[in-house]
Structure formats: C-alpha cells, structure tokens
Design a protein around this ligand. Sequence first.
Ligand SMILES: Cc1cc2nc3c(=O)[nH]c(=O)nc-3n(C[C@H](O)[C@H](O)[C@H](O)COP(=O)(O)O)c2cc1C
Length: 199
Amino acid sequence: MSSPPRLLAFAGSLRQESFNKRLLRVLADAARTSGAEVTLLELREHPLPIYDGDIEAKGMPDQVRRLQALLADHDGLLISCPEYNGGVPALVKNTLDWISRPLEDGSSGMGLYRGKVAGICAASPGGLGGLRALIALRDLLAKLGLWVAPSQLAVASANDAFDSTGALADERQAKSIGRLASEVVGAARVLRDLRHDNT
Ligand SMILES: Cc1cc2nc3c(=O)[nH]c(=O)nc-3n(C[C@H](O)[C@H](O)[C@H](O)COP(=O)(O)O)c2cc1C
C-alpha cells in the first residue's frame, strides 16, 4: 500500500475568527478521513511582504524559502478562500506568487505546483458564499499547473453555517465537503504516481 498523499492546507484569511479557517478545518478533517496526511498552515505565522522585485533581488525572504520547502514536501493544496470584491484576496495571490519564484538552485518555483492537486472552498456571510472568488481561484491555480478538483463548496451565510462542534450544520454541505475531499485525495494519489513516472 502506498504512503498517504500529503496535502498542505491554508485559509486565505488572517483573522482569528475567520469563517474560512473554520471551513478549512472541516475540509482537512474530511481529507484525513479519505486517507491523506494534512498539514495546516497558518499564514499569520508566515508573514510575507507584498511581492517586490527589489526585495527579491536583495535575497529571497526566509519565509518564502520555508513555504517553498513546505510545498515541495506535499502532493497538493487545500485552500479555503474568502471573496473580496468578487475576487481572490491579495493574501492568497501574494502567497502563491512568492512561492512561484525561483528556488535556491535556480529552478522555477512553478515546478512546485505543476502536476499537483488542489481542492478549493469558500465561506462568506453573504448569499453567494464566495462563489465568484472560487471561479477566479480555480483559474489562477490552473494557470500555475495544478489540477483543480471539479467539486468545490461555497458556504453562504457562514455566520450560521457551523454548529457548536465546528462541523457544517447543513447535511448537504457536509456531504459536499466529503465528496471534495475524496476527489482531492484520489487525484493526489494518481498524480503523485504520474509525477514520479515522469522524473
Ligand atoms: C475588502 C473586502 C471585500 C469583500 N468583498 C466581498 C465580496 O465580494 N463577496 C462576499 O461574499 N463577501 C465580501 N466581503 C466579506 C467577507 O466575505 C467577510 O469579511 C468574510 O468574513 C471574510 O472571510 P473570513 O471570515 O474567512 O475572514 C468582503 C470583505 C472585505 C474585507
């Protein structure tokens, strides 16, 4: 039996009481149930400046190197992404952009994404649940070379969506997150084998 796929999970929000952090925990638990090892990444512990080529030219920030090393050690990403003005928050784009920059050996950071899997979800107090951000995020991740699972979940009215244990109160949403997790974990296994066959 092959080793469990490893997924790196982060929410695109820094705030303590973030709905997306809550949703990410639900997705991470579902992915573990589906057989993955999940590393929860708290972006507040990895503060990055807004991308600036002059900063990079002076020497890549240590935090970028740490995030690149983390992604190198994982088979894919789980992201719960807030929607800001119909799009992806700067935090998410900036984090993905820094990671895509060249590695210490000069190879492209894009290689850290290529051929890996991503599972995406969103939560918002609003009525669309962050659906428009997911459309933009899916496009962005695909451009980075990730295979984005067809299932996704946008949780509307997020202030009422979680029960006291942190689980999704709505049974259909709970099923959807399980389906998403199982798609991601299944694809992570297949894509990992493909990557290894191609190296
Ligand atoms: C700059 C900004 C823009 C926002 N734009 C949207 C939006 O387009 N759609 C939406 O559903 N919510 C929008 N919101 C509300 C967020 O969904 C809400 O703050 C949410 O709680 C953020 O996610 P978090 O709970 O994980 O921090 C916006 C919030 C901010 C700060």
